[in-house]
Write a protein that binds this ligand. Structure first.
Ligand code: ZN
Length: 235
């Protein structure tokens, strides 16, 4: 693990559910936005099935989660949220999804993309990584490398753009950590903005978010960090 410090002019985060980016990379997003980075957030799913109880409807969940997403994105300083509105559970690494991602990459031309590592399936013998996370990760990898950079892929989606680096979260093989000590308070607030997911125990959620970030930074002597698998793409 090594410490990584970047100051991208344009960056994009591509995640499945409305709260995923905040949990995975909210510190980095807030940090970069505060440094003047044009931060884009792509949310693939509509959030319509993100409830464990049955006292709600998909329509209601979609509405609630859209409002929570807007609040969280404002807190982080995200320039623009792009919602693809795929129903929860229905994401697949299809040509259609890749075309939409390639179109967004070519339109906004990010230097760095934050996204889920799709190779991580099981965590600690107690958690299966959500299918939407894995499919979003695979679709993003295929869209960024090589499709967006090669003009004959999806020629109707704009002119080719080479992304310089991918930072993949939720990974079993992290090799870089970014110091987010200056942004940890904003990250906690953004995660808590997704009240339908976090419930009423704000202190407990804050402790978990800070605890994970503290753990990620410990080996490098950082108070709070977010860890990623870094992939540098040749231009
Ligand atoms: Zn999720």
């Amino acid at each position: 693990m090594r410490s990584l410090s970047l100051r991208p002019g344009v960056a994009m985060a591509v995640y499945a559910h409305p709260d995923d980016a905040d949990v995975a990379a909210g510190g980095v997003m807030a940090l970069w936005a505060s440094q003047g980075c044009e931060m884009h957030l792509v949310v693939v799913c509509d959030g319509s099935k993100g409830a464990h109880g049955s006292k709600t409807t998909p329509e209601r969940m979609r509405e609630v989660r859209r409002d929570e997403l807007e609040l969280a994105a404002d807190l982080l300083g995200v320039r623009r949220v792009h919602r693809l509105e795929v129903p929860d559970g229905d994401v697949s690494n299809s040509a259609e999804l890749r075309a939409r991602l390639v179109g967004l990459i070519r339109a906004w031309r990010p230097e760095v993309i934050l996204a889920p590592d799709p190779t991580a399936t099981f965590f600690g013998g107690v958690y299966v990584n959500h299918r939407d996370h894995r499919e979003t990760g695979w679709a993003l990898l295929d869209a960024a490398a090589p499709a967006a950079a090669m003009p004959l892929y999806f020629p109707e989606q704009g002119s080719a753009h080479q992304v310089s680096r991918l930072l993949l979260s939720g990974t079993h093989e992290p090799d870089v950590a970014i110091d987010v000590s200056a942004a940890i308070d904003v990250k906690v607030k953004a995660v808590l903005a997704h009240h339908s997911q976090t419930g009423d125990d704000a202190q407990g959620v804050s402790d978990v978010v800070r605890g994970r970030a503290s753990q990620a930074g410990r080996a490098l002597g950082l108070a709070f960090a977010e860890a990623f698998r870094s992939v540098e793409l040749a231009g």
